[in-house]
Design a protein around this ligand. Structure first.
Ligand SMILES: [Zn+2]
Length: 124
């Protein structure tokens, strides 16, 4: 049994593609799904400390109680919570990875982009 985590949008169109990608590419059995509208914007800006702490607490539970070693940060096409171009979202994903890495959990962070066909692509 292997858990991984994802910080994903609340948008239901992104849930199943991200779960399936993580199961396939990371051999995950289960995904701890942490959702916010436009989470890559929230984590890139790193300003709303209430929200940031809430996300961080949930990541901590996933790492400590479920031994997650991989976490995805997700951006996607047509995001209501983060209605900016793909290129901007890709930069936000890079900055989000830096934010998550700064928390110093023993976890590998991967950036994912979900495109207009709801296909998942790895950022790095
Ligand atoms: Zn969204």
């Amino acid at each position: 049994m292997k858990f991984v985590a994802a910080i994903n949008c609340i948008d239901g169109r992104t849930q199943i593609p991200v779960i399936e990608w993580l199961k396939k590419e990371c051999s995950a059995t289960y995904v701890n799904m942490i959702t916010e509208p436009g989470p890559n914007k929230i984590l890139a800006e790193n300003k709303d400390q209430f929200l940031i702490n809430s996300i961080k607490r949930r990541v901590e539970i996933s790492t400590k109680k479920h031994a997650s070693k991989i976490i995805a940060i997700v951006g996607h096409y047509d995001c209501a919570g983060n209605p900016v171009a793909k290129e901007t979202q890709m930069n936000q994903i890079v900055d989000s990875i830096k934010t998550i890495e700064s928390w110093d959990f023993a976890i590998q962070v991967v950036g994912l982009w979900v495109d207009e066909n709801w296909q998942v692509h790895k950022k790095r």
